[in-house]
Design a protein around this ligand. Structure first.
Ligand code: DON
Length: 554
């Protein structure tokens, strides 16, 4: 080896070590799909190679994740999709689960008026009417180009022929073994061994879907199987709930940050509004010159997080059931007041401290960009890992426990320690407030960055940090997803963080300002990003090194 080559190799190794030895970004020119499971990413890429657009690829990936990543990929849950079509159309598709018509405000409370542990999280009563299948079918029909049976083909093949389980898949099963053991059908379908997953029931369900379209989940055999499952276990989702479920097309929330245009999810997600609030607060500070990971920058970031989460708790819920003051929350006056309230000392929440929960491998995000510059950011969820643990007998898929995203008792924390208000109380046909924050950045009208993550309330902050890493840190995709993460949700008054995020001196400097450090997350989020050079169309994709995902590009 020549001396020059040796020096080059050493520099490369040093760069890798600096970035936590993560894989480099994947480069593509014609399209890119990034998600948490390699086979599902390949399913999306297959659509792009076949001439499909970003929506075709996103839908194929989501259906494949329902097979290969059952802790969060799903047919029995819901999600959000931000789409920026190559022709400039922008859509926020809301296929969030919805409370059954028979739901009642106090259904999760015991005689003492307190939430009964497990009632909204384990078993049939936690299930909200699923929206994933109507949502994905609607997206495909309105904005895709390929037929449903084509985008379902990879998922059907994976369910029918099976696939080897990854380390991450086995870890997710082990993590939730107790929950999975609470339901006989779930045990039979998902605890079949640790080598390979073959899912004949699910393959049959997907084939019926391919043949009958979304009607299959509204009044077809699968709908009947869901209703029968609900009746077996005392769940509330009815035939009418499934038949009448509505996919809602909304306008994305729009804002800007240092010359980038931001498109994200409006209510019933709290994510987009909170993100825009935080970005506005932070735009007032020169994060880049002070170092976006410096103590000073992190002080501002944490203070911005607190204020956005305080507003979330106070104001947010389903916009179709009670007015959510989005315009007021994003008004110049309110944003200016929020920014002006940031001070040199840590502010403290005005409520008692509550525990934060550990993160689980739940919820999943995928990012897609196609050859024409169209993009999709989509986050889907069963809420808890493997949802409520109930598999629809004979249909091969799990049901969500999204009812826990409501405030069972306004003011009392849910499984993420989130305190929420009246606007998010349980009510029939209401959509529970979410934190999912699929987001696309544009520059001069062109897609330049696609991002999103799982992680309950940490999602909003993981997405924020990915944007700061891209804009203020000027990092490349692999470094964006590898960068250390932290989280503050106003209440409890604690900075939760990954080990190693704060060097001792930085932590001491922040403690001097009044910040409190507590929970250490094993990891925060599973963020998948794509960067796009608007001049050349060149794409850089990276899956989060915390998970087992893949960027698949060509
Ligand atoms: O919609 C929400 O905000 C939650 N159901 C998301 C849950 C989640 O991300 C769990 N992830 N690790």
């Amino acid at each position: 080896m020549t001396r020059a080559k040796l020096v080059g190799l050493l520099l490369l190794l040093a760069a890798c070590a600096h970035q936590g030895a993560t894989a480099p970004s994947v480069v593509g020119h014609n399209g890119m799909v990034v998600c948490t499971e390699p086979l599902a990413a390949e399913a999306g890429l297959e659509m792009l190679r076949a001439g499909g657009n970003c929506v075709d690829a996103a839908v194929a990936t989501a259906f494949a994740l329902a097979v290969t990543w059952p802790s969060a990929g799903n047919l029995g849950g819901g999600g959000f999709m931000i789409v920026r079509m190559a022709d400039g159309r922008e859509i926020a598709l809301d296929f969030r689960e919805t409370a059954p018509a028979a739901a009642t405000r106090d259904m999760y409370l015991g005689p003492d008026g307190k939430p009964v542990p497990g009632r909204s999280t384990i078993g049939h009563l936690g299930v909200a009417t699923p929206g994933s299948v109507p949502g994905l079918c609607t997206a495909l029909a309105r904005y895709g180009t390929l037929p449903l049976e084509r985008v379902l083909a990879p998922a059907i093949a994976l369910a029918e022929s099976g696939f080897p389980l990854t380390r991450q898949h086995v870890a997710a099963l082990n993590y939730s073994r107790k929950l999975l053991g609470t339901n006989e059908e779930t045990k039979r379908v998902f605890l079949q061994g640790e080598q390979r997953s073959v899912q004949p029931d699910l393959a049959r369900t997907l084939k019926r879907l391919a043949a009958n379209g979304e009607r299959e989940f509204r009044d077809g055999e699968t709908a009947k199987q869901i209703v029968a499952e609900m009746q077996r276990g005392g769940g509330l989702v009815s035939a009418a709930d499934l038949r009448d479920y509505t996919v809602i097309e909304r306008a994305p929330v729009r804002g800007s940050y240092r010359g980038f245009e931001v498109r994200s999810m409006p209510p019933p997600s709290s994510g987009g509004v909170a993100l825009l609030q935080m970005l506005h607060m932070l735009e007032g500070f020169e994060l880049r010159s002070m170092g976006w990971q410096s103590a000073q920058a992190r002080h501002w970031i944490v203070e911005a997080m607190k204020r956005a989460f305080a507003d979330r708790a106070r104001w947010m819920g389903d916009p179709d059931q009670s007015p959510i003051p989005v315009d007021a929350m994003l008004s110049p006056a309110h944003l200016a007041a929020q920014r002006a309230s940031l001070g040199d000392r840590a502010s403290t929440p005005d409520a008692a401290a509550l525990p934060l929960q550990r993160e689980q491998p739940q919820t999943t995000h995928l990012s897609v960009v196609d050859a024409h510059g169209g993009a999709v950011a989509m986050t889907t969820t069963l809420n808890g890992s493997f949802g409520c643990g109930v598999t629809v007998r004979g249909a091969g898929f799990l049901l969500n426990n999204e009812m826990d995203d409501f405030a069972a008792a306004p003011g009392v924390p849910n499984m993420y320690g989130l305190v929420q208000g009246e606007a998010n109380a349980v009510a029939p046909l209401r959509r529970p407030l979410s934190s999912m924050t699929p987001t696309i950045l544009l520059r001069d009208g062109e897609v330049v960055f696609v991002t999103g993550s799982p992680g309950g309330p940490t999602i909003i902050n993981t997405v924020l940090l990915s944007i700061l890493a891209h804009v203020d840190g000027a990092l490349d995709a692999a470094a964006v997803v590898a960068a250390a993460r932290f989280h503050h949700q106003w209440n409890p008054d604690r900075i939760a963080h990954e080990a190693g995020t704060f060097a001792p001196a930085q932590r001491a400097a922040l403690e001097d300002r009044g910040h409190i450090f507590a929970t250490i997350f094993d990891s925060q989020g599973d963020c998948h990003v794509i960067q796009r050079d608007p001049r050349t169309g060149r794409l850089h994709g990276a899956a989060d090194p915390r998970g087992g995902g893949r960027a698949a590009g060509w």
